[in-house]
Design a protein around this ligand. Sequence first.
Ligand SMILES: Cc1cc2nc3c(=O)[nH]c(=O)nc-3n(C[C@H](O)[C@H](O)[C@H](O)COP(=O)(O)OP(=O)(O)OC[C@H]3O[C@@H](n4cnc5c(N)ncnc54)[C@H](O)[C@@H]3O)c2cc1C
Length: 408
Amino acid sequence: MPDLTRREFLRRSMLISAGLAFVSCEDDDHDPETVEDSPGMLTVDRPPKKIVIVGAGMSGLVAGYELTRAGHNVTILEARERIGGRVLTLRTPFSDGHSAEAGAARIPPDHDMTLGYAEHFGLTLDPFYPRSGLYVDLSDGNRSLIPTADFLDDRPWPGSVKHKEYVKIRDGTDRLPHAFAEFLTEQINLMTPIETIEQTDGGVTVHASDGSVFSADRVLCTVPLPVLSRITFIPQLSAEKVAAMRGGYNYAPSTRIFIQFANRFWESEGLNGWGNTDWPEEIWQPTWDREGPRGIIMSYLRYNRAVEVDRLSGEERITDVLDRWEGVLPNVNDHVESGTSHSWALEKWSGAAWASPTAEQDAALRSHIGKAEGRVHFAGEHASDYHGWMQGALVSGLRAAREIHEGD
Ligand SMILES: Cc1cc2nc3c(=O)[nH]c(=O)nc-3n(C[C@H](O)[C@H](O)[C@H](O)COP(=O)(O)OP(=O)(O)OC[C@H]3O[C@@H](n4cnc5c(N)ncnc54)[C@H](O)[C@@H]3O)c2cc1C
């Protein structure tokens, strides 16, 4: 964000918290109707409400950001010791300042909210896939090398945009949740797992596991379905939500395994360290646009393959992937320095990677999952039309923020 815009933004934010939002445009040349400095900005014309948001992932953060800027009194309660949820840029145990994404990484061109907020915060976008070097493919035991242009014109899966259209956030996807959180330092409470959400006549009471209690006019719950059953709702949630959180709405498991190499030995063959195998897995080299000599290569596993490697110990996952990669990157074992892995199914506060319902589950439950129940509202990628994307978290978070903002 350019300096001037940022200053103006901070000034307006201070005015909003001081209850002076209506004067925010009086002394400048802008027409208030046309000043739209974030993609999901709310009007500043409603009486302030006391709002508790459960979860500091992308959906909770965007809702907290816009509701705070609209003058509401927001508290965000997060179970983990970090913000971001399924946006997690790993910066350890890698050397030379390298990093790699355990969660969200690539952004397609039609994800207007993700791209819009990245622009709003002045983040830089880079191509996701390398523009030079050969890609490698291993199918039926046959190794082939794919010319750069052919790969970039192909798609990661049917129905996707082409590889060449994806971008990423420079320095790590976590720059985006951190940009929201920078504005919300007063509002976010980390290491505060919520155990009970109780609606009373006058409002909602939220109980954390450490005994602290928060009262609110409205609550926004952004907890993913696989771990939602850890929260007791009084009164109980609708039969549809209960069915969804008890396994009636499928989720995909996903695990990533990262290996750090002392050098980028694949370059001697003209490779860029990216490719696919029919195991199946996607192979990424997140260090392709960073200074060498070290490099990180990652195996991206989903569904059954993720379940298989989740049964292995951390050490076994690394030897397993390296054994497999001998057929993809010959002599790979000679260059290994270290490795790590991240399983979303085994994460206590996620329980899986993303919602992946069957057509039947979707038809029966989709419209219920994001529906407010009394004074409790719901958001998250699972409550959107974009399962498995930051865009879904942002769109649903903004939808819920509007509901709360415009409600009584
Ligand atoms: C492997 C993987 C790859 C992905 N790739 C991409 C990609 O390339 N591009 C893209 O755009 N998106 C991608 N995504 C999807 C994207 O990361 C998610 O859709 C998005 O981050 C979800 O945000 P959310 O707010 O809905 O949920 P979350 O990020 O899960 O946030 C929910 C929060 O609630 C907290 N919580 C849970 N229970 C409690 C409790 N009881 N009390 C308090 N807090 C609680 C959690 O700790 C968490 O912080 C990927 C996700 C994964 C896992």
